[in-house]
Design a protein around this ligand. Sequence first.
Ligand code: NAD
Length: 440
Amino acid sequence: MKLLDKIKNKRLKVGIIGLGYVGLPLAIEFAKSGIETIGIDINGQKVSMLNAGKSYIQDIDSQLIKHLVEKSKFTATNDFKAIASIDVVFVCVPTPFNKAKAPDISFMINAAKSISSYLSKEKLIVLQSTTYPGTTDEDIIPILEQSGLKAGKDFYIAFSPERIDPGNKKFNVKNTPKIVGGLTLKCADLTKRVFSLIIDEKNIHVVSCPRSAEMCKLLENIFRSVNIALVNELLILSNRMGIDFWEVIDAAATKPFGFLPFYPGPGVGGHCIPVDPYYLSWKAREYNFFANFIELAAEVNQNMPYYAVEKIGEALNLQNKSLKNATVFILGLTFKKNIDDIRNSPSFEIIKLLLNKGAKVWGFDPYVNHYEAAAKEYDLKGDIHFIPLTKANLKKADAVAILVNHDKFNLKMIADNSKVLIDMINAAKYLNKYKNIIKL
Ligand SMILES: NC(=O)c1ccc[n+]([C@@H]2O[C@H](COP(=O)([O-])OP(=O)(O)OC[C@H]3O[C@@H](n4cnc5c(N)ncnc54)[C@H](O)[C@@H]3O)[C@@H](O)[C@H]2O)c1
């Protein structure tokens, strides 16, 4: 049966390669809509957990996975042979950078090699990992064509960037608009039809080619990185000029057109904003182009953890204390609010800087329970302890710094019990001008 007919009759089998923050929610959405879905991941522990009905992603409920596994709508495997029976394969593997900040697309290459071994006519491959423009046609298609099949003719391929925002209660896989860039019109049309099985068709925007779709994702993330850098820089200037920049942003945000509020912070983290822009600046060099905005934004944002540590030092100074031997209690270790993801989190960068200066550091996050693994991952050395958030512990610390605006934090209780609170999230806005608060 042709792929088009299978989609029309909802008699297709979908496969997702890479069951992380992006792949698992997508797999669950297809399975929920009644489509037989197979998840493939090289991580055997994740595969076993999923087949046992256990979720490892905060936004996905274990009960739902269990139900879908029992109904045989969803199964996980680490056996790539499964691809042979799959009609549509989504690729959602990581795209980090290496130590020299050059793109590392090896996970995509490996996934493509695995697909190539089991590729057959009429299969559709949809790449979702964030990457530089040209990856689909220059790097991935040649590997897939080693199967002897021709892209756009024997099999179909499209790039469709993922925009999922983990922890976002309003926007999820189902209601976040999708961008689709197919190699051919037919590739785009088939991809659009497949997404229409789980997303409202009016939320699917087709562009002319995979490169435009690849570039679109980078534009979105560079836009964020540049705007965050802008407010970070203006925050530092405003502090020097004695202006409360947080108040300025709130005031500017009253303008109903032409202004979009972005907020300063102790640094940018996660898998996307600190990583993706470098994918483009790296690729730009091939075209003898120097991407100034990307590099400048990265420079300003990377400086913020150092600025945050300066502020902590300033707060201790006011109490005639130095960073050396002071006890600093860091609240919030994830890279953004209300999630458990600690990847590239500026909190750990700040902890490292504090430890290097001889401070004793305590840490707490209501969403993190894997402290030891985190300390190992970030190679933390020195006097560091992860302790509960209690009134007594707050009172014992020389300074408390709040880095993440988790809803679970009781800001009043924290401010009431801290000798001095270094506020990196504009908590003061909710606390009616406490005296012991020093803003970032
Ligand atoms: N996390 C986000 O919020 C987000 C948002 C939008 C886009 N993205 C992009 O989506 C992609 C995936 O990100 P993520 O956050 O889901 O990553 P993740 O690390 O959470 O998950 C990736 C999964 O892929 C698996 N994997 C790696 N190589 C594999 C292979 N060859 N075959 C099968 N499985 C393999 C890993 O074991 C892991 O489970 C990245 O390109 C990222 O930039 C992420």
